[in-house]
Design a protein around this ligand. Structure first.
Ligand code: GUN
Ligand code: ZN
Length: 476
């Protein structure tokens, strides 16, 4: 099926991006028609939004005469990646050697996060961080700031300057942490409410209520988080849960009345759609049922779980309960900004549990699944008509090895799997935000831009939407 708007006589700027177009409609793990793929496809972008996506030959006759054609033929174009759990203040301590989570927090993380009380320091890191996300093809993220309100201001400002759809929140923690990073139940709630009033739903930005994890929040602070959540039903929530065995034991000691670690958050009203739980490794069946019923999501962080030796996410159990699982880097516990490296690790973590995580599923998790879990499927994560045109151009010939493997790929799954196992930032050829290439200046051409309107004559390319297995080697 080709999705399209009626032919346009509009004089507004329309861009046509030609290439191999892939996006997801629903989870390909459970639906054979979970995706659409056009081998000679086109995205039609008007005013920064998707006006149509489909077969190039079908769309060409519908285009306004003054449409600008950008030619990415041979490249794969997918929605920009969405990272659902990443700590921007940990950018500069990524890859710090440590025996595990609690030591790593004390030794590297907390001293670095202290520096974000200084607004100019925070802004400099936020600028580098957002550029590094884009270099890796990540166009939206659910980001952690530090306990300092100014750190969230810096990330919001850096995102606004790049017109990115981004979410962050100031960390709340009022116990079991160094004094220099401690707020109180009152100041944490007040600063969060103030940030929320200034940034939530401002342009493409949104706010997340961000208690660090149960061990660093008093009951009073968790209650304040719950109150804030109730007062702002569309605000996001993010925290960590059941990442590490020692941490789980510690929570059981700190909250003896709670049925489980997850139950601590549930008691304070923090389980709901738009709430993202990082890690979620050590859950029991009741926890998984409750997570699924609540509509909250899991941010699975495989490079972090391997690096910190935390454990293996259980995909069998996750699917059995139909959890809203998404993919995340968790930099700096995670070891890469790249969603390809994250897919690589996710696949291997799943393998360790005897589960085969397909590349199609991983691309879905990194795009539409995250958008759905955010309640933003009408805005990002796919090429549905009306969505904001954030997309990335992937080069199957990015390196000599990837080129050789791509040339042998006989199915879409094989090509995506090659990207997932071998790929990193080198695969990202171009990144578009709201229809504009990153770094593009007004009036500048991108891709292999062609000045004239597209040739309306259909070519031989078949419309392969929904093709389950597709021969890609034929088309390069
Ligand atoms: N648990 C509490 N804080 C953190 C953090 O910064 N990173 C990770 N991976 N786990 C946490
Ligand atoms: Zn984290």
């Amino acid at each position: 099926m080709t999705s399209t708007l009626p032919p346009s006589n509009s004089t507004r700027a329309t861009r046509v991006i030609r290439g191999r177009i892939l996006h997801f409609l629903r989870d390909p793990q459970f639906h054979d028609d979970g995706y659409e793929y056009w081998e000679d496809g086109a995205l039609v972008v008007t005013d920064g939004r998707i006006a149509a996506a489909g077969n190039y030959a079908t769309l060409a006759p519908t285009l306004p005469a003054d449409a600008e054609l950008i030619d990415h033929r041979g490249k794969l174009i997918v929605p920009g990646f969405i990272d659902t759990h990443i700590h921007y203040p940990q950018t500069d301590i990524i890859a710090s050697p440590s025996p595990g989570l609690l030591h790593w927090l004390d030794t590297y993380t907390f001293p670095e996060e202290r520096r974000f009380s200084e607004p100019s320091y925070a802004r400099a890191v936020a600028d580098f961080f957002t550029d590094e996300l884009l270099r890796n093809g990540t166009t939206s993220a659910l980001v952690w700031s530090t306990v300092h309100a100014t750190s969230a201001d810096a990330l919001f400002a850096a995102s606004e300057a790049r017109n990115l759809r981004m979410i962050t929140g100031k960390v709340m923690m009022d116990r079991n942490c160094p004094d220099f990073l401690r707020d109180t139940a009152e100041t944490g709630a007040r600063d969060s409410a103030d940030l929320l009033s200034r940034w939530h739903n401002k342009g493409r930005l949104a706010y997340a209520i961000t208690p660090r994890f149960a061990p660093t929040s008093s009951e009073a602070q968790l209650a304040a988080c719950g109150e804030l959540a109730r007062a702002h039903p569309d605000a996001f929530i993010q925290t960590h849960v059941a990442e590490n065995r020692d941490e789980v034991k510690w929570v059981a000691e700190l909250f003896p009345d709670a049925r489980s670690y997850l139950d601590v958050y549930d008691r304070y009203g923090l389980l709901r759609p738009g709430a993202f739980y990082g890690h979620a490794i050590y859950l029991d069946p009741d926890d998984r049922r409750r997570l699924a019923d609540s509509g909250a999501a899991v941010a699975h962080c495989p490079t972090s779980n391997l690096f910190l030796g935390s454990g293996f996410y259980d995909f069998h159990q996750s699917d059995a309960h139909r959890l809203n699982v998404t993919l995340a880097t968790d930099v700096g516990g995670g070891t890469s900004f790249s969603m390809f490296r994250t897919m690589n690790a996710a696949h291997k973590v799943a393998r360790m549990g005897g589960y085969h995580l397909t590349a199609l599923r991983m691309f879905y998790l990194a795009t539409r699944a995250a958008a759905e879990a955010m309640g933003w499927a009408d805005r990002i994560g796919s090429f549905d008509v009306g969505c904001e045109a954030d997309f990335i151009v992937l080069d199957p010939d990015a390196t000599p090895l990837i080129a050789r493997r791509s040339s042998r790929s006989e199915t879409l799954e094989e090509q995506l799997f090659a990207f997932a196992m071998l790929g990193d930032d080198r695969v990202i050829e171009d990144v578009y935000v709201m229809g504009k290439a990153v770094g593009e200046r007004e009036g500048e051409s991108v891709g292999k831009a062609v000045d004239k309107a597209p040739d309306n004559a259909p070519d031989n390319a078949p419309d392969n939407a929904g093709a389950r297995e597709y021969g890609l080697s034929a088309m390069s």
